[in-house]
Write a protein that binds this ligand. Structure first.
Ligand code: PMP
Length: 382
């Protein structure tokens, strides 16, 4: 069989560490019950799976109270909760020109409800200048929502500095860490983060359909969904206590168990080791691509300032055609187009056609980088 090379880890990581597969299988086969519902032993074991995963996530991100980690179906739901649960008509919110539609669209929906939005421009490489955020703060600004690293160019934003500005001015900070949780060190205390939205299925190695929102004790949020929480069932409102307040409905126990195993893998392996392997792959890929005539690489083009996300185009070729040939002729899985982030492509200058995105992950090898560069070289000379 043809050897396939998976280069779409920014969409979702593949493969997962072995222990993730084992944990999901174990939870499905042996745990079985519904967490937080019933007092029988299988329900209690399911509860344990969720609690352990919550503790692992909290440990990775320096979250003191793990009950402030609310599991969601992904970064999208986490961002919707952080944005819609926090903002009220009349509020002003600041965001950037590099955001994913998981931020752009909920903010647009809130604009229709009387929230005002300022989009701060970024450089063509995708960098956000904290000074520009400072200038955009008004008396009615309540929230800053920014992407930690771009899913188009990989560009890393100075979250800590932006957090300091937010803190000084009494504004809250919501960070979209979909591309960074598990890939870069994040410490919610050191980085002055009030809310952190994460995908479970990318660099945290969990399953698709998992994610979470960290909510600091200084944040008051309204739930965006109501339903059964397993306890306080006599009340017709969701309870005040976290995490139940934001976790109505049956939890995705196998998925969350898998996410917990993914985080344990990272803690055991060491984030530094993971980051350094991915940075090495990213630099090799960028250098290889830059050597090809007709290839344009977007973003910082430097692993010190970006995560493992590399966008490029071949002059005169449509990105979808390049993606199609990569897959059909070379067995290489890339993602093409706008990557659900049209604003980022407007900033970079690649709207509306987009780019070809290669996103190496921890399980890719140096040899695979060279195979991909060789394939792009061949396509460029067609
Ligand atoms: N934000 C960014 C930067 C992303 O890359 C993604 C995933 N493409 C999301 C948000 C949405 O994440 P999820 O698919 O987990 O809802």
């Amino acid at each position: 069989m043809e050897k396939l090379i998976y280069f779409d880890n920014a969409a979702t990581t593949f493969p997962k560490p072995e222990e993730v597969y084992r944990r999901v299988d174990h939870v499905l086969r042996n745990v079985g019950g519904n967490p937080g519902r019933s007092g029988h032993r299988m329900a209690l074991s399911a509860n344990r799976v969720i609690l352990d995963a919550r503790d692992s996530v909290a440990g990775l991100l320096n979250i003191e109270d793990s009950s402030r980690v609310v599991f969601t179906s992904g970064a999208t739901e986490a961002l919707n909760l952080g944005i819609k649960g926090f903002l009220r008509p009349g509020d002003h919110v600041i965001t950037s020109g590099m955001e994913h539609n998981a931020v752009v669209r909920p903010l647009r929906a809130m604009e229709r409800k009387g929230v005002q939005v300022t989009k701060v421009k970024c450089s063509p490489e995708g960098f956000l200048d904290p000074g520009d955020i400072k200038k955009a703060i008004r008396r009615d600004t309540r929230l800053i929502v920014i992407i930690h690293a771009s899913n188009v160019t990989g560009t890393i934003n100075p979250v800590k500095e932006i957090g300091e500005i937010a803190r000084e001015r009494g504004v809250k900070l919501l960070v979209d860490a979909a591309q960074t949780a598990g890939a870069l060190p994040i410490d919610v205390v050191r980085d002055n983060i009030d809310m952190l939205a994460c995908a479970g299925h990318k660099s945290l190695f969990g399953l698709q359909g998992t994610g979470f929102l960290y909510i600091s004790p200084d944040i008051q949020l309204e739930p965006i969904k109501e339903g059964g929480t397993g306890g306080a069932s006599d009340m017709d409102e969701v309870p005040e206590t976290l995490p139940e307040r934001f976790e109505a409905g049956t939890m995705n126990t196998p998925g969350i168990g898998g996410l917990g195993a993914g985080v344990e893998f990272i803690l055991r392996e060491g984030l530094e080791k993971i980051r350094s392997h991915e940075a090495g792959l990213t630099d090799r890929l960028i250098r290889g691509l830059l050597n090809i005539e007709k290839v344009i690489v977007y973003g910082p083009r430097d692993s010190g300032r970006q995560v493992g996300v590399v966008s490029f185009n071949i002059n005169g070729k449509d990105p979808s055609d390049v993606g199609f040939i990569l897959d059909s002729s070379f067995g290489i899985m890339a993602r093409v187009g706008l990557h659900c982030a049209p604003d980022a492509h407007k900033t970079v200058g690649t709207f509306p056609h987009g780019t070809v995105r290669l996103s190496p992950g921890y399980f890719n090898t140096v040899e695979e980088m060279d195979v991909v560069v060789d394939a792009v070289n061949k396509i460029a000379s067609l």
